[in-house]
Design a protein around this ligand. Structure first.
Ligand SMILES: [Mg+2]
Length: 112
């Protein structure tokens, strides 16, 4: 397994199944999921609050803190996929469209 061998569709189905098995769908309105996503994003930021940029980069070489951030990233991604399921948004299509829009908005510097 791993990113190279996992599709977004597989992960979305895992999120859908997890919620369905626990009968959580009634609580998963887009509003509630978006709010939970913001909370999880804050949990991701908390370990890096008040430290310098280089110290945040050093987390990549600290197995325990890196593991913790991986868990928080997974929480954020879980809710992002849940939100896509709830709103019937194709994440890959939305992502590609936004990258194209960003490329127009932020062209590479001349000579790059
Ligand atoms: Mg969390």
């Amino acid at each position: 397994m791993g990113d190279a061998h996992t599709t977004i569709a597989e992960l979305r189905e895992m999120v859908r199944t997890f919620a369905a098995e626990r009968r959580w769908e009634p609580f998963h309105s887009p509003k509630n999921i978006a709010m939970a996503l913001a909370v999880e994003a804050a949990e991701l930021m908390e370990p890096m609050m008040w430290i310098e940029a280089d110290a945040s980069r050093a987390i990549a070489h600290d197995p325990e803190r890196r593991h913790h951030l991986g868990e928080e990233i997974a929480d954020v991604f879980n809710l992002l996929l849940n939100l896509c399921n709830s709103l019937n948004i194709d994440l890959s299509d939305a992502f590609r469209a936004k990258i194209v829009k960003n490329a127009v908005k932020y062209p590479p510097p001349a000579g790059a």
